[in-house]
Design a protein around this ligand. Structure first.
Ligand SMILES: Nc1nc2c(ncn2[C@@H]2O[C@H](COP(=O)(O)OP(=O)(O)OP(=O)(O)O)[C@@H](O)[C@H]2O)c(=O)[nH]1
Ligand SMILES: [Mg+2]
Length: 453
């Protein structure tokens, strides 16, 4: 799959959709708001590189590994590691740093890559940009020295919840200690799902002597918890590939440089692929039909445009128009197996889901003092139950894969919401349930969705 071409076309479609539903450019139906929000979310998702957090215990070698990944010794040794906030590495034309706060959009640029000056501003994170092409597709978060990833430290929690994959560093001298196993098992599922265990310090003479035994034990104890386990001597690997350009192939291989980049690629590619597949399903099932409805109800503009990559060709096109930016050809519902809702009795799964959500809502409406965590937990339970039911359905169809993915993703999101505080998760949970109801309704109106459950 050529990610960049497909992503480009999807991004361009979403960009046009966002303009087409802009209330400032002309009247839009009232449902346009949520659709536009969804398109914007998808747009941001597709434009953001895969975010990987480098985590592990104190002094495990996280920053040294991060330096290797960004191709330069960028992380200062002058600043006490314990004073550094999380560092975010992104691609940029030049090497620069800026101080940032999670709840603010603005970043404060700091001159001369002066980390001491940045730390004095007490930021939640420091953004580091550098022109390493690897960072065009991957963002790296170096987590700070002393923070226990499970502490109440909001800087860390934000970092963990916004990353999509984790590299856990363990020092070969005392590899995979009980405390690490405990911390690891307590991290959110989404962080553990896409993960690499990096065994650091393998160049130390004492480690070299017992390497086979150490690796055997780690594989036995942690093999099932990670997608791959890679031994790395990061300082020497960095020497073998200064600036990210491999100069000593043998040393690069021997120090684990080649293996760690290959392992990252093999977790990042499926994440990117899934984003494209999800986006294609939402564009096909929701956004294009919505545009079509808008077109029928409205202007009768002519269409012109291109097929959206990653979306099955159903005769939909999108393109630029005067005024509104997108228009579509009439939809051939038969061509997609799509049926107008309401033509067949409600799918048993949808009835069941609606009953579950009704119960949940009435339970919380009738409670004197509804507790946010309780609602999230109960929502998690019903989403889990429905995910199980969906997983059992046979035969599997594309529609069915899509809706199962929506539910699985919702489970991840609900797991993350349990870490949040305040009233916001309450609203997010309600929106999530509503969205799932709409998705399920959409999926179950397809003929291809088996009615056995
Ligand atoms: N020989 C050797 N030294 C390493 C390796 N990785 C890291 N080090 C050294 O180990 C020490 C700690 O490494 P850091 O990268 O700062 O560890 P960290 O996990 O970022 O530490 P904190 O942020 O303080 O938790 C430094 O002196 C590194 O030079 C390695 O693979 N081999
Ligand atoms: Mg560090």
């Amino acid at each position: 799959m050529n990610y960049s071409v497909i992503a480009k076309e999807q991004i361009s479609f979403l960009h046009n959709f966002i303009q087409a539903t802009d209330p400032d450019l002309g009247p839009v139906p009232k449902e346009a708001g949520p659709m536009r929000k969804r398109a914007r979310k998808l747009y941001n998702r597709l434009c953001t590189p895969v975010r990987i957090i480098v985590a592990g215990e104190f002094s495990a070698g996280k920053s040294t590994l991060t330096n290797l990944l960004v191709g330069k010794k960028l992380i200062p040794t002058s600043v006490l590691a314990s004073e550094l906030p999380p560092l975010l590495f992104r691609y940029g034309q030049t090497t620069q740093i800026a101080a940032g706060w999670w709840d603010q959009k603005k970043l404060v640029p700091v001159k001369d890559v002066n980390f001491d000056a940045a730390v004095k501003m007490d930021p939640d994170f420091i953004l580091v940009t550098t022109p390493n092409p690897f960072l065009k597709n991957i963002n790296i978060f170096d987590s700070p020295g002393t923070s226990d990833p499970l502490s109440d430290d909001s800087k860390m929690q934000h970092l963990i919840t916004s990353s999509e994959a984790t590299i856990w560093c363990t020092n070969a001298v005392q590899a995979w200690r009980e405390s690490e196993r405990y911390t690891w098992s307590s991290l959110p599922a989404i962080n553990r799902k896409n993960s690499i265990l990096v065994v650091t310090h393998i160049d130390l003479p004492a480690v070299k002597r017992s390497m086979d035994r150490v690796m055997q034990r780690i594989r036995k104890e942690a093999g099932e918890l990670f997608q791959s386990i890679i031994p790395v001597a990061a300082p020497r690997a960095l020497q073998a590939a200064p600036g990210g350009v491999v100069q000593d192939k043998e040393a690069w291989k021997e120090c684990g440089g080649e293996a760690i980049f290959a392992a990252i690629k093999s977790i990042a590619d499926p994440i990117r692929e899934k984003k494209l597949v999800d986006a294609a399903a939402i564009i096909e099932n929701q956004l294009i039909p919505f545009l079509e409805k808008m077109r029928q109800a409205g202007s009768g503009e002519k269409s012109s445009g291109t097929h959206v990559a990653g979306v099955p060709n159903t005769g939909f096109v999108s393109g630029s128009q005067t005024g509104r930016k997108i228009d579509n050809q009439p939809v051939d519902f038969n061509a997609t197996g799509r049926k107008a809702p309401g033509m067949t009795p409600e799918h048993p799964l949808l009835s069941e889901w609606n009953a579950m959500t009704r119960d949940l809502i009435s339970k919380f409406e009738n409670a004197d003092d509804p507790e946010v965590r309780g609602l999230i937990q109960s929502s998690y339970n019903i989403v889990m139950e429905m995910t199980d039911r969906l997983t059992l359905i046979d035969p599997r169809t594309a529609e069915h894969e899509w809706i199962t993915n929506q539910f699985q993703e919702a489970l991840d999101q609900l797991t993350l919401m349990q870490l949040e505080t305040g009233e916001e998760p309450l609203e997010s949970t309600a929106i999530l349930l509503l969205q799932l109801s709409r998705d399920l309704e959409q999926a179950t109106t397809q003929e291809s969705m088996p009615r056995v459950s």
